[in-house]
Design a protein around this ligand. Structure first.
Ligand code: G3P
Ligand code: MG
Length: 254
């Protein structure tokens, strides 16, 4: 089968459909799929025993009934946490998802995945990439995958492990730095992921002209975001992409 080209995703559910389900869980990804989303963004980190899990914070207190650092847990301890009740009693008993569980679900639902390599303070970017990439590359084809990170070391390591045609990489920025083009060239980046509030029209134009997909995070107000489409932005990462049903921004781009 010839490989399909990766089409820049228009709407991406941030941490799954995190407006309606506990972020980064299997439930949030199912909710995204049920709402008609074709792509999800999720964060991956390692537990203390090296198991890759889908989790955003450095510790577990905000999004579970536990306390302490993710790096201090092994898989048995992590599995015992309730990662759903903090959001709503309807999600009681939802567990922290391992990367492996999540990839099985993503594949079942035929979703696209923007996996963010989340390098929190004190964590090792190389270890993260080494534990995550083999499983990820086994699970998903290039046309349904973008791996992004704020962490340049993680991105460099990821590129060492797979070429651009196999692994689309996204450079994540809070504020786009002056040397964005060199940074993108260094990792043969597919996409640039920008904070939509900090992005400026001229910079957006330059990024698109350079041939990169330009994705913006995390926008939840389609009216406030409208100018960004005019600037050439390809896609939005939103806690609730279903709000972005407006002329020219359908949910099922072909
Ligand atoms: O990948 C876009 C966005 O998720 C980056 O910020 O903190 O929500 O992971 P954060
Ligand atoms: Mg993220």
């Amino acid at each position: 089968m010839p490989q399909q080209p990766l089409v820049p995703p228009r709407l991406i559910a941030h941490r799954g459909l995190s407006a309606r389900a506990p972020e980064n869980t299997l439930a949030a990804v199912r909710a995204a799929h049920e709402a008609g989303c074709r792509w999800v963004e999720l964060d991956v980190q390692l537990l203390g025993d090296g198991t890759p899990v889908i989790w955003h914070d450095r510790d577990v207190s905000r999004c579970s009934n536990g306390r302490g650092r993710l790096a201090d847990l092994d898989i048995d301890q992590a599995r015992r946490l309730d990662a759903g009740s903090w959001f709503d009693a309807a999600f009681a008993g939802e567990s922290m998802a391992t990367l492996e569980q999540m990839l099985t679900l993503i594949d079942e639902l035929a979703l696209g995945l923007n996996l963010e390599l989340k390098v929190n303070r004190g964590r090792d970017p190389k270890a993260l990439v080494e534990h995550v990439l083999p499983t990820l590359l086994d699970a998903l084809p290039a046309e349904r995958l973008i791996v992004s990170s704020f962490d340049a070391t993680a991105l460099t390591q990821a590129r060492r492990q797979a070429p651009a045609e196999r692994l689309p990489l996204g450079a994540l920025f809070e504020r786009i730095p002056r040397d964005w083009a060199a940074r993108c060239a260094a990792i043969d980046a597919y996409s640039v992921h920008a904070d939509w509030r900090r992005l400026r029209a001229s910079r957006a134009h330059d990024i698109v002209q350079a041939g990169h997909a330009l994705l913006c995070y995390t926008a939840n107000d389609p009216a406030a975001f409208a100018t960004r489409w005019e600037w050439g932005v390809h896609g939005v990462i939103s806690d609730d992409p279903t709000r972005f049903t407006m002329p020219g921004v359908d949910q099922h781009p072909t």
